[in-house]
Design a protein around this ligand. Structure first.
Ligand SMILES: [Zn+2]
Ligand SMILES: [Zn+2]
Length: 388
C-alpha cells in the first residue's frame, strides 16, 4: 500500500565558513517505499555526522564558556521519510551549535538537547517552521549544565521510545486525560486514585511522587504488565494516574491501559520536568521528593533536598548515579563520594583490577563484549551489597 505524506520544509541553512546557503523549500510528496537518499545534501558533501570527540567538544565548551539551555521535547506525527528529516535536522542544528540525542521515526520525534542560550530564539523559530513542531511544548531543565550533552546525535529508529508495544493492536490516539500540576495535586489526594510511576526502578529509586507505586522493573514494557496485573480488579472503580520524566511514556501507556479496559486514566502533562516548573512558577505544593533522573550527563535534577536512596556500596544516604570507570563494565549505579575514592569510581574489585591494566590490554579484553545494555541495568549487579 502506498501511503503519501506531505512534507513541507522551509529552511535556510548556513554552513560553516562558506556561508553555504541551502534553501530546502520543497514540498516533498513521496511514498514511504521510495528511498530518497538525501541526494541534494550529499551532492554538496555536507557534514552529516559528528567530527569532534566528546573530549574535544568538552574543551571547546569550556573555552567558549557560553550559557546553554538543556531542554527536551517530543511529538508524535507522521513522518514520511525519517532519514531525510534526520539529515535536515542534523544540518540545521549542527549549524546552530545544538547538541543532544534525538530520535526520529515514522511515528515522530523525541529530542533531548542543549542549545546555546543566545541562539534560543533562532532555535525556536526553526522548530516553529516545521508544521508539526509549531508551538511544541519544550521541557526546559531546572538545573542547567554546560556539558549536559557533548555531541549531536540524530538517529533514525523504528520508534521514538523503545516501548516494546505493537501499536497496531490498540488505538494509540485514545489517550488518557492530560492534567497540569495543580490538577494533578488535587487528583492524587483522591482516595480512589492509584498513582503509578511509569519509569524504571533506577529512576524512581532516587525520586518519585509521595505514595506512588514504583514498579521494580528494568523496562517500560515490563511495568505495563505488572501494573495491569496489580490493578486488574479495579479497572472501573479506581482512577489510574500516571507520570514519567517528560510525559512521553505516558502518551502510549495511557492509551494502552484504556485499551485494556481501564475507565479512568489520567497522565501528568509534560511529566516531572514540567510539573517542577509549574510548581515553582505558580507557588504550588511540591509533592515530588528527591531527584528527577534525566538521561543526560547530569543524570539527575534535584527537585527537593530529600535523599531517598542509598549508596549501593556502603548503604549511606546518597542519590548520585555514576557509571563504573571500567569501560568494559560501565554499570550505572549509586555511589557516594567516599566509595568513589575508595573504589576508584568502580563498581567492584574486579573492575578496579581491570582499570589498572595497560590500555592495550583493556582494549583486548573489551573486544567483542557489548556493554551498552548494561549501562542502564542500574545497580542490578550481584557485586553491589546495598542495591535495592
Ligand atoms: Zn558509599
Ligand atoms: Zn564495573
Amino acid at each position: 500500500m502506498l501511503r503519501y505524506y506531505f512534507f513541507v520544509l522551509g529552511a535556510k541553512v548556513k554552513y560553516g565558513e562558506k556561508r553555504f546557503l541551502l534553501t530546502i523549500n520543497i514540498m516533498i510528496i513521496f511514498a514511504e517505499s521510495i528511498k530518497i537518499n538525501s541526494f541534494h545534501l550529499k551532492k554538496y558533501s555536507m557534514q552529516l555526522y559528528n567530527k569532534l570527540s566528546a573530549k574535544e567538544r568538552e574543551t571547546l565548551l569550556e573555552l567558549a564558556g557560553e550559557e546553554r539551555l538543556t531542554l527536551s521535547f517530543y511529538q508524535y506525527a507522521k513522518i514520511g521519510n525519517p532519514e531525510l528529516f534526520r539529515n535536515y535536522l542534523f544540518i540545521a542544528w549542527h549549524e546552530q551549535d545544538v547538541l543532544g540525542r534525538i530520535y526520529v521515526a515514522h511515528e515522530g520525534i523525541n529530542a533531548q538537547l542543549s542549545v546555546p542560550a543566545k541562539r534560543f530564539k533562532e532555535f525556536k523559530e526553526f522548530l516553529d517552521g516545521i508544521y508539526f513542531l509549531k508551538d511544541v511544548r519544550l521541557n526546559i531543565a531546572i538545573e542547567q549544565d554546560l556539558k549536559s550533552f557533548l555531541k549531536l546525535k540524530v538517529k533514525v529508529r523504528d520508534k521514538i521510545v523503545a516501548d516494546g508495544l505493537n501499536d497496531e493492536t490498540f488505538d494509540v490516539t485514545n489517550k488518557g486525560i492530560h492534567v497540569d500540576a495543580q490538577k494533578f495535586n488535587e487528583l492524587i489526594e483522591d482516595p480512589d486514585v492509584v498513582l503509578v510511576d511509569m519509569r524504571n526502578h533506577y529512576e524512581s529509586e532516587i525520586g518519585h511522587f509521595k505514595n506512588a507505586v514504583t514498579p521494580d522493573v528494568d523496562t517500560f514494557r515490563d511495568s505495563l504488565d505488572i501494573i495491569e496485573e496489580d490493578l486488574k480488579d479495579h479497572k472501573e472503580d479506581k482512577k489510574l494516574v500516571m507520570y514519567c520524566t517528560g510525559g512521553i511514556r505516558c502518551e502510549k501507556a495511557s492509551a494502552y491501559y484504556k485499551h485494556k479496559g481501564f475507565k479512568n486514566v489520567f497522565q501528568l502533562e509534560g511529566g516531572i520536568i514540567e510539573y517542577a516548573r509549574q510548581v515553582e512558577n505558580q507557588g504550588l505544593e511540591n509533592k515530588f521528593i528527591g531527584k528527577n533522573f534525566v538521561f543526560d550527563h547530569r543524570r539527575g535534577e534535584r527537585i527537593t533536598e530529600d535523599i531517598i536512596s542509598h549508596c549501593h556500596q556502603c548503604g549511606e544516604a546518597c542519590d548520585t548515579h555514576t557509571n563504573c570507570a571500567n569501560e568494559a563494565c560501565h554499570l550505572l549505579f549509586i555511589q557516594c563520594e567516599k566509595c568513589a575514592v575508595a573504589m576508584e569510581n568502580c563498581c567492584s574489585e574486579e573492575c578496579i583490577e581491570i582499570i589498572h591494566l595497560p590500555e592495550e590490554e583493556q582494549k583486548r579484553l573489551r573486544q567483542g563484549i557489548p556493554n551498552s545494555n548494561k549501562i542502564f541495568k542500574k545497580g542490578r549487579s550481584e557485586k553491589l551489597k546495598f542495591k535495592k
